[in-house]
Design a protein around this ligand. Sequence first.
Ligand SMILES: O=C1O[C@H](COP(=O)(O)O)[C@@H](O)[C@H](O)[C@H]1O
Length: 256
Amino acid sequence: MAQVVSYSSKETLASGLLSFILDCQNHAMNRHDRFQVAVSGGSLPSILALAVLSEEAEGKILWDKWQIFFADERAVPLDHEDSNYGLLKKELLDKLPEDAPKPEVITIDTDFLDDTQELADQYEQALVNYFARKDSVKKPAFDLLLLGCGPDGHTCSLFPGHDLLREVDPWVAPIEDSPKPPPKRITLTLPVIAAAIRAAFVATGAGKAEILKTIFEDPGEGLPCSLVNAALNEKVTWFVDHPAVEGVNYPRRASL
Ligand SMILES: O=C1O[C@H](COP(=O)(O)O)[C@@H](O)[C@H](O)[C@H]1O
């Protein structure tokens, strides 16, 4: 079962998230001497920055071992205001101390913005280069997925009821009709998410309470976030604040 930890403030949530990330990082170091993380856009980069740029994190993040991928990305130039890379750069990468080692960041190839299938294929090829060779059964195992939860229960660019939820073979898939703008994107597929070593969702604010109620109390509804919970079970932890789970009957691990 997915774990949920609820915090009283963004700062305490960020501190809990940092401990989780450090645990995943240390496990990854023992596993293969690198830390392969996929990050989301939306509200995730700012809270991630709060965690990993904190005083508490000083000297503990092995940036030169991090390989940062995108759980989903919008088909826009990297300096466009809708780019998930652009957001991560603004919130986190640009704030790393100048003398600190830098993570490797694997972005989309913007030569293919006009053809989302090719854009997805190129990003999948990048994953093939960083993970084991592609094999139709074995999916890449990210050390950590850092996921967001949209107010409709979407995660990555996997939207409720969309055909993409049934993809089994591709690692990365294109979407041209995202209900949330911009419409053209690429996303990791559910089988790749299911192959992750660990995953964390971050959801904050009262605006998320209604959808979290459906995700946890009515998983049969099949919302993308519920499908991730079902696929990863105890490997996924939700970092939420109290307003996000107000009135929600969720599997309590602790409330901090
Ligand atoms: O469009 C997107 O939305 C989701 C959720 O965003 P949030 O602001 O509600 O946290 C995000 O996880 C995804 O990466 C992004 O492309």
